[in-house]
Design a protein around this ligand. Structure first.
Ligand SMILES: NC(=O)c1ccc[n+]([C@@H]2O[C@H](COP(=O)([O-])OP(=O)(O)OC[C@H]3O[C@@H](n4cnc5c(N)ncnc54)[C@H](O)[C@@H]3O)[C@@H](O)[C@H]2O)c1
Length: 442
């Protein structure tokens, strides 16, 4: 019997948070992967062993797989598809799909890549959507590839949405809750099964391509809904004196609800939830369905970002000239990603009201400098809070759990701490001498 080939030649186009992690992890599980990006600087860095993003465990895994000859980097799709005369059998598209002004997904990078693949493939290829795309994008990819596929090379389009979370992306990719694969032919299914065969502990769900596309949008929108729901309940808590921590616990113990994503705070951000919610709402509208629930989820999230500014005003009255220390800038801990981070809106509002903002984040300052103007950045939490009239905690980094609060009390002008992530125990903070406010807790 012919032995099944287990090492697949893969090309990953787009070497960002998803492409670099997915490409590296696919190399780690035994495939030969070429990661491509049209950002020449990024590829040059990677070729020198410099990792352009912060993600735990990624650097070691990249270096290990480069050394083993499993992972390569290239500047063009052409090179990626035929790197060292090895033809890629599966080409993953992992480029950005950012929101347009109207909320719909900008798929121009996906289209460009589909065209490049069509022009450069030389034998049967599975074109895999890894980027998050609206349902039916597969039809556009197919149309585009057909248009530029002058030699009539056979191909299939598959969908393989990515569910990794920034901050634990390597772990998530290698230990997924499920692998979703949308295919339209047995040939594509067989190749995709081989690619993911080493992750045998995770359930694999094979669907048609449109359903796989929709699973990703539906999942992200559902998670966003859970966050907005608990934030809305937290608002009721603040008006009634109930405690959101107990409520989340009480709800979460119900197996039908589950405890994850029931943490009240200043709202969700990042490159995925806000844009995927918008794109899903927009797509439904295109299909003549008013998915109003998603609009409410978004509105609650926007209002929640004002929570922090309102609390600061409640404590400091006029903000003009007042010094606000911001701890945490990234949209969540363990990442340097600032895309759609709530800190951008909150700091923008504080500055508009005249506050002087000094900020610290363990890893996101480099990216924050690109999007936050007129903010002073501190090298550590203590110089950040020095002479502050108020401290705002925006990201729940572990580092902030272990702060020396005695030292902080000696440095600030006023011991006011507004905790947007419910990181601390209210009684403990108050006993130490802070005027302490958190979300939905008396
Ligand atoms: N970031 C996440 O946590 C996450 C999780 C799941 C899914 N996704 C989805 O994955 C996709 C990528 O997200 P990301 O966070 O990795 O974005 P990113 O911006 O970090 O990476 C995208 C990369 O694609 C490159 N690129 C753009 N056009 C290109 C082209 N024509 N040829 C080659 N490279 C090109 C960019 O230079 C960039 O490096 C998005 O659709 C996103 O919604 C993201």
């Amino acid at each position: 019997m012919k032995k099944m080939k287990s090492r697949i030649n893969i090309c990953m186009i787009g070497t960002g948070y998803v492409g670099l992690v997915s490409g590296t992890c696919l190399a780690e599980i035994g495939h030969r992967v070429v990661c491509v990006d049209n950002d020449g600087r990024k590829i040059n860095y990677l070729k020198k062993g410099i990792i352009p993003i912060y993600e735990e465990g990624l650097e070691a895994l990249v270096n290990k797989n480069v050394k083993k000859g499993n992972l390569f980097f290239a500047n063009s799709v052409k090179e990626g598809l035929h790197h060292n005369k090895q033809r890629a059998e599966a080409v993953f598209i992992a480029v950005g799909t950012p929101p347009r002004d109207d909320g719909s997904a900008d798929l121009s990078a996906v289209e460009k890549v589909a065209e490049e693949i069509a022009k450069n493939m030389t034998d049967y290829t599975v074109v895999v959507e890894k980027s998050t795309v609206p349902v039916e994008t597969c039809l556009w990819i197919e149309k585009t590839v057909n248009r530029f596929n002058k030699r009539n090379i056979p191909f299939d389009v598959a969908s393989n949405p990515e569910f990794l979370r920034e901050g634990s992306a390597v772990w998530d990719f290698l230990n997924p809750d499920r692998v979703v694969i949308g295919v339209s032919s047995k040939r594509a299914e067989s190749l995709m099964r081989k690619i993911y065969a080493p992750l045998k502990k995770s359930p694999m769900l094979i669907t048609d391509v449109k359903s796989a596309e929709l699973i990703k949008h539906a999942s992200n929108s559902f998670l966003s809904t859970k966050i907005s729901f608990i934030n809305a309940v937290a608002n009721i808590c603040e008006k009634t004196g109930a405690n959101i921590d107990d409520i989340a616990k009480g709800m979460g113990l119900d197996k039908r609800i589950g405890s994850s994503f029931l943490k009240a705070g200043i709202g969700f951000g990042g490159f995925c939830f806000p844009k995927d919610l918008e794109a899903f709402y927009w797509l439904a509208k295109q299909k003549d369905y008013d998915f109003e629930l998603l609009k409410n989820v978004k509105d609650i999230n926007e209002q929640q970002k004002n929570w922090m500014v309102k609390r600061v005003e409640e404590e400091l009255w006029n903000l003009s000239g007042k010094r606000v220390a911001v701890l945490g800038l990234a949209f969540k801990p363990n990442t340097d990603d600032m895309r759609f981070a709530p800190s951008i809106n909150i700091i923008g509002s504080l500055k508009k009201l005249g506050a002087k903002v000094k900020a610290y984040d363990p890893v996101a300052i480099k990216n924050a400098k690109k999007v936050l103007k007129g903010v002073e950045f501190a090298p550590d939490p203590y110089s950040c809070v020095k002479n502050a009239d108020c401290i705002c905690l925006l990201t729940e980094w572990d580092e902030f759990k272990r702060l020396n609060f005695k030292k902080i009390l000696s440095l600030v002008r006023h011991p006011i701490l507004i905790d947007g992530r419910n990181l601390y125990v209210p009684q403990v903070m108050r006993k130490m001498g802070f005027t302490y406010k958190s979300v939905g807790r008396p």
